[in-house]
Design a protein around this ligand. Structure first.
Ligand code: PEP
Ligand code: MG
Length: 672
């Protein structure tokens, strides 16, 4: 609002106490954050004049910048009226459920870049601090070595040995001491020294030594962590905790026993980032994209409502009691659906739906048997690559894949070739990209590295000998050329392994080859796929992000990412129709398949095979068995007329309520 004389405006109201009587002109810009008005920024002057355009746009810009700062402060409970009281923080619900526990913040990975140059006054005490930190780090590495030794994780063990070795390297120690002697703080001495060493390693010719640059930096992070005397206590594993961290990754989850992890809260990430998918597979209630300040939540009693995406800090007894009741209802529902886990899945009017398992994201090397499934619809092979310090060998991979194929003997197992990149970068292969999800990912990476691809395919084939239940799935196919190239490499690996196996008097069965339908371009080329592929697997996680142009990992646009968007559903309908026209088997392995409402929509669109995480299997089977195909088709034909995800969800919620399935669609629960 820009007026020369505010008192003459029709909406002017005089408030005598606020001392505005001397002013005439008025320029006001609303402070809006994501459609919500947080306040108004006002400038007034004594002279009666209209503000010019430059002044107007300056104030609007300032208000937009302030909006972000204020929203951030509010999210962290920094409004004056909120201090000391219970606090309600919001994020995107990523894995449904309720957790009631204390919050534990993981601050074990401080960034070296955050350490600024600084000097100290007392050299002797600074040396003592450095010495103490080195001692604590050494003790930690000794402990971890012991722990991983018994777990037979030889690679992890080797890292800690390397760390201990580096920590006692005389050259490194001399350098650190010299920096402190010249009045650097211990922190700055660590950063400066570590970065100098890391740079030297990075310049080396030898690939192995080059990679040690990142080990040195990691070691530096541990020292900085131990230098922070006020850092929080180590995780108290006597009671389950709600883990709060900037970003969650598979290794972090692997390091905390499942029964001690009540819930997860992350500042970064969104509904379908891989950390969220993993949390869902593990059945841990999780909320992503929550802005919190570690010191305000650390150690506090909290309720995590991962249906609506809320973290309630210091809730009152009444609220806690409500949530305890909800938890009991959840437990009853879980035991009810698990009673009918076994057996095939048919709708109440007899249509068979195959239910397969998504596996592989967890760090467990052995995959738990799930008797209720018709096979493994998606085995993600990235984790063994992510948890190691270098590419796993052909033998290591063969051993790993064989244990999975054996677990599901007699049932098909779809193994997907390496899909790193995006939010799954390899620690030993730095790829710097502005848009990693649009970059060197999945099949694009492996076709550029045929040696890595061939080793993986050979390992899969060798693992399948005598079990004959392997199918191979190719991720991120965006055109026929990629498929043709991948097939040629698979044929070559097949010939090589066949020869090897025949020499041992055995035969190798040719696996079926499938492609992921997750890059929109391939939807328009499905009629050209048939001679080259045997089946399709629809990845709704990526299909949604690429169709809607929204990063599946970005908390800021989490509300735009929605697999129930009419455009996504329409693409899913097209894929199903094209597959059925060509007689191509098609399965959906994205998270939508394991979502209660998603499973209904997909069944109504004609899909007869769904693949999901182990937690969803019993629930989805229960839901589909309780519904008739006729009712499902009717509601899906109605939702295909809707033009917003909100309307679609509303129709589905009332459909679930009508069929007494309301416990499966609690408000806010979103996985698609
Ligand atoms: C998908 O994109 O839907 C999918 C199943 O693969 P990922 O989540 O591993 O990218
Ligand atoms: Mg994908």
């Amino acid at each position: 609002m820009n007026v020369a004389n505010a008192s003459l405006h029709e909406s002017f109201k005089h408030f005598p106490d606020i001392g505005e009587d001397n002013f005439c002109s008025f320029l006001g810009a609303p402070i809006i954050y994501r459609k919500e008005i947080l306040g108004v920024l006002v400038v007034q002057q004594r002279v009666a004049r209209q503000f010019d355009e430059g002044e107007e746009s300056f104030l609007v810009t300032l208000a937009a910048q302030l909006a972000m700062v204020l929203a951030h402060a509010r999210a962290q409970g920094l409004w004056p009226d909120k201090q000391g009281q219970s606090l309600q923080l919001k994020g995107a619900p990523a894995s449904p459920g309720i957790a009631i526990a204390r919050v534990w913040c993981d601050n074990s990975q401080p960034k070296l870049e955050d350490v600024a140059p600084s000097s100290c006054l007392n050299i002797a005490s600074e040396r003592d601090r450095l010495e103490a930190a080195i001692e604590k780090a050494s003790a930690e590495f000794r402990q971890l070595r012991k722990r991983f030794d018994s777990d037979l994780q030889q690679d992890t063990l080797a890292i800690f040995e390397l760390f201990s070795h580096l920590l006692h390297d005389p050259l490194l120690r001399k350098e650190l001491d010299a920096k402190v002697d010249s009045r650097s703080t211990a922190e700055w001495a660590v950063r400066d020294t570590v970065e100098t060493f890391a740079r030297q390693f990075a310049r080396m010719e030898d690939d192995y030594l080059k990679e040690r640059a990142s080990d040195i930096r990691e070691l530096g992070q541990r020292l900085i962590y131990f230098l922070d005397e006020k850092h929080y206590d180590q995780l108290d594993l006597n009671e389950p905790v709600i883990l709060a961290a900037r970003e969650i990754n598979a290794a972090m989850l692997a390091s905390i026993p499942r029964d001690k992890l009540a819930g997860i809260v992350a500042q970064e990430g969104a509904v379908n980032s891989h950390a969220a998918i993993l949390a869902r597979a593990l059945g841990i209630p999780s909320v992503m994209g929550v802005e919190f300040r570690p010191n305000m939540v650390m150690g506090q009693q909290a309720v995590l409502d991962a249906y609506s995406g809320q973290l309630l800090i210091k809730p009152n007894a009444h609220v806690v009691a409500e949530y305890e009741e909800l938890q009991r209802e959840e437990d009853t529902l879980t035991s009810q659906v698990e009673k009918t886990l076994a057996g095939k899945t048919r709708t109440s009017d007899g249509t068979a739906i195959e239910v397969h398992l998504n596996a592989g994201l967890s760090a467990d090397s052995s995959i738990a048997i799930n008797d209720g499934v018709d096979g493994v619809g998606l085995y993600r092979t990235e984790v063994p690559f992510l948890l190691q310090r270098s590419f796993p060998s052909e033998d290591e991979q063969t051993h790993h894949y064989r244990s999975i194929l054996e677990t599901y003997q007699g049932k098909p197992v779809v193994m997907r070739t390496l899909d790193i990149g995006g939010d799954k970068p390899l620690p030993y292969l730095a790829i710097e990209e502005d848009n990693p999800f649009l970059g060197w990912r999945g099949i694009r990476f492996t076709l550029d590295h045929p040696e890595i691809f061939l080793i993986q395919i050979r390992a899969m084939l060798r693992a399948s000998v005598g079990l004959d239940n392997l199918d191979i799935l190719l991720p991120m196919i965006s055109g026929i050329g990629e498929l043709r190239e991948a097939r040629a490499l698979i044929d070559r690996a097949f010939d090589e392994v066949s020869e090897l196996v025949e020499g041992q008097g055995k035969t190798l069965k040719r696996p079926r080859i499938g492609i992921m339908v997750e890059v929109p371009s391939i939807v328009y080329q499905l009629d050209r796929v048939k001679p080259l592929a045997d089946f399709l697997s629809v990845g709704t996680n990526d299909l949604t992000q690429y169709l809607l142009a929204v990063d599946r990992n970005n908390a800021r646009v989490a509300d735009v990412y929605d697999s129930f968007h009419p455009a996504v559903l329409s693409a899913l309908q097209t894929v199903q129709q094209m597959a059925s026209r060509q007689g191509m088997p098609v399965c959906v392995c994205g998270e939508l398949a394991g979502d209660p409402m998603g499973s209904v929509v997909l069944t109504g669109l004609g899909y007869r095979a769904l693949s999901m995480n182990t937690r969803s299997v019993a629930r989805i089977k229960f839901i589909l068995r309780h519904l008739s195909l006729e009712d499902v088709n009717a509601v899906v034909s109605d939702i295909m007329q809707c033009d917003s995800p909100g309307d679609i969800r509303a129709l589905l919620v009332s459909f679930f309520n009508r069929h007494t399935l309301s416990g499966f669609v609690r408000a806010g629960a979103r996985t698609g």
